[in-house]
Design a protein around this ligand. Structure first.
Ligand SMILES: [Zn+2]
Length: 203
């Protein structure tokens, strides 16, 4: 399955997007022509560009530059507590959470900021958390070909807290484990110990 956004659907114009927002404002029961709402369609269109800029990014390309001079480093690399903002594809409601991304390198490592950018590239799309977790793990696995990849995501879904069942304080946790993290209990336990370690203060 390709991660690429669907092509063939001609992108609507900005004016069409703003008109769609006016329709939703009317649907909500308000008057889009009143002063406070006049600039709202334009603001929403700009906000959408930011929320969904992941469609403009090819996540595999973010990982192409790697470093091989790592003095034989062959232990887990973990980037913890990567905050992200996404939107659920069912309600367009925010998903706010943290991702933990780990891999066990095979000769090559990647700049750690790139791992966070891969998280953003997938978060800034319409998502479900299960798929986002797998996409991040599979992309790192495909490009770096490490011994293993682990991605754990915990988040709050505003479609659950502000509507529907109205359950604030509920978090959803998903994980994808590949390679040694899946096959080797000891490696997985080592990862869990790293995740549970208290954060270093002052950084
Ligand atoms: Zn939802």
């Amino acid at each position: 399955m390709s991660d690429a956004p669907p092509s063939g659907n001609a992108r609507p114009t900005r004016e069409e997007a703003e008109q769609a927002v006016r329709t939703l404002l009317s649907w909500a029961g308000d008057n889009p022509a009143r002063e406070g709402l006049q600039d709202t369609p334009a603001r929403v269109a700009r906000a959408y560009e930011e929320f969904f800029e992941g469609y403009e990014v090819e996540p595999h390309d973010l990982l192409k530059r790697t470093f091989s001079e790592v003095e034989g480093y062959d232990e887990i690399v973990l980037l913890r507590d990567i905050r992200f903002e996404s939107h659920c594809e069912h309600h367009l409601a925010p998903i706010i959470g943290k991702a933990h991304v780990a891999y066990l390198p095979r000769n090559r490592v990647v700049g750690i900021s790139k791992l966070a950018r891969v998280v953003d590239a997938y978060a800034r799309r319409l998502q479900i958390q299960e798929r986002m977790t797998a996409q991040i793990a599979n992309t790192i696995n495909d490009v770096l070909e490490p011994h293993g990849v682990a991605v754990i995501i915990e988040s709050a879904h505003e479609c659950m807290t502000t509507r529907g069942v109205h359950r604030p304080g509920v978090s959803m946790v998903t994980s994808t484990m590949l390679g040694v993290f899946r096959e080797n209990v000891q490696t997985r336990q080592e990862l869990m110990a790293m995740l549970n370690r208290p954060a270093v203060s002052g950084i």
